[in-house]
Design a protein around this ligand. Structure first.
Ligand code: ADP
Ligand code: MG
Length: 217
């Protein structure tokens, strides 16, 4: 049974591509057949995979389907059966039809959110979208993933507390810190456990455990 995860938030820079690629990479290293559908015309995920050295390719397959737009669910369905896990890396545009289309076929929506007031406000829109999608796709689960968390910054701590207590979507237990290894992994076309970055690698392992557990894998 192929599991589909849509990584979405209309706000740019919240960590959609980072979380899609790193969860996909680590799941592939664990032996699952994993596809990342790059649904963003900016093609960051595709560039990430193409930045990998020839002798050490990115562990998951990445394909660009941004042009399918509102028909993305139909295109993704063609890969069901060929992969164990499909991550859909959604574009940030507020008016894009891709998040809603992807929620129609997804088992899990992951919503990366930066703990800052502006990002918290923007998350209301995706919360409504997920709630509407659940009217059609009753088995759609959803989790907010707090990203770039800085425990020592008061406004970040307060924003995270607000997210935890004011959204209908639960937060994942695991959070990602603000770490340069996440940026290095993009530039080098790799996953964090191939860099000398034990903290980042540990965070991704823990988040992957939680996500695969939600999907009963
Ligand atoms: N936890 C993190 N720590 C440090 N940098 C991060 C982290 N998450 C994302 N970034 C960086 O922030 C930028 C935006 O992240 P990205 O995943 O591309 O966001 P999105 O796909 O939502 O637009 C990228 O430069 C990425 O490397
Ligand atoms: Mg992106």
């Amino acid at each position: 049974m192929t599991k589909i995860i849509s990584v979405a938030n209309q706000k740019g820079g919240s960590g959609k591509t980072t979380i899609s690629m790193l969860l996909a990479g680590v799941s592939a290293q664990r032996g699952w057949k994993v596809l990342v559908v790059d649904a963003d015309p900016q093609a960051t995920a595709t560039r990430w995979a193409s930045a990998a050295p020839e002798d050490e390719p990115f562990p998951a397959t990445v394909c660009g389907l941004a042009a399918a737009r509102e028909k993305i669910h139909r295109e993704v369905r063609k890969y069901v059966g060929a992969f164990d896990l499909i991550f859909i890396d959604c574009p940030p545009a507020i008016d894009s039809p891709v998040p809603m289309s992807s929620f129609m076929i997804a088992d899990l929506a992951l919503v990366p959110v930066l703990p800052s007031p502006a990002d918290v406000w923007a998350t209301r829109a995706i919360e409504t979208l997920i709630s509407n999608a659940q009217d059609f796709n009753e088995s759609l689960q959803a989790r907010i993933v707090p990203n770039r968390v800085k425990d020592n910054v008061v406004i970040a701590r307060e924003s995270l507390e607000f997210i935890r207590s004011n959204f209908r979507i639960q937060c994942t237990r695991s959070t990602l810190g603000d770490r340069t290894a996440y940026q290095q992994s993009v530039a080098m076309g790799t996953v964090v456990n191939r860099l000398k970055a034990p903290k980042a690698a540990g965070e991704i392992e823990v988040l992957a455990n939680e996500v695969l557990n939600l999907l009963e894998l």
